[in-house]
Design a protein around this ligand. Sequence first.
Ligand SMILES: Nc1nc2c(ncn2[C@@H]2O[C@H](COP(=O)(O)OP(=O)(O)OP(=O)(O)O)[C@@H](O)[C@H]2O)c(=O)[nH]1
Ligand SMILES: [Zn+2]
Length: 206
Amino acid sequence: MTDQHGSPDDGDLIEPMAPAAVPQDVTDAIRTLIRWAGDDPMREGLVDTPRRVAKAWKEYCAGYEDDPARHLERVFEEVGGYDEIVLLKDIPFQSHCEHHMAPIIGKAHIAYLPKDHVVGISKLARVLHGFARRLQVQERLTAEVADCIWDNLKPQGVAVVIEASHACMTARGVRTPGVGMVTSRMMGVFRDDERSRKEVLALMGC
Ligand SMILES: Nc1nc2c(ncn2[C@@H]2O[C@H](COP(=O)(O)OP(=O)(O)OP(=O)(O)O)[C@@H](O)[C@H]2O)c(=O)[nH]1
Ligand SMILES: [Zn+2]
């Protein structure tokens, strides 16, 4: 199924890559990495690994093929005069840190205070995934999601809070499991008005 913009609308941001579509220099690079890590890339168990890894990375980074703003184009104006906060809570997401290309796994809370219209609630998660499925730092991810909603939906306020665990801190380096990073971006009324900010943070459970 395609939407009005001719893009896949089935939850996948891109189609899976056909084996032939993985360029040779990419598989060569992964083979080099395996050898450098200390294993033999030609042994049976690893012989198809470069192709699998290449396909997996295209999937992890599918956000580069997406323009997240497009998800906010279809809006609804008839919502019975609803004029309070809309919050999508506990949205699980995965990303990769741009420093180590290691997984960032977490959840996001995305809220806005509508002005003239609302958006389909799934679209907030689509915006999140569109930015998360790239090489990221959590601060930029948080800012990009909030800015995209602010610029395209033009609401009275946007609040984004992201809590995540970084594998570059748990599986390597400082090796500190159980630690979570929290980032937030408040815009409009949630930035300017203390009561609105407290209300949205309470709804988020933060
Ligand atoms: N601010 C921020 N830092 C991040 C994020 N993801 C990873 N990092 C940090 O990026 C930093 C990179 O530091 P470097 O000193 O250049 O790299 P490194 O030697 O591998 O550092 P260690 O992780 O401390 O071993 C580390 O402190 C990571 O914890 C993120 O989303 N935001
Ligand atoms: Zn990292």
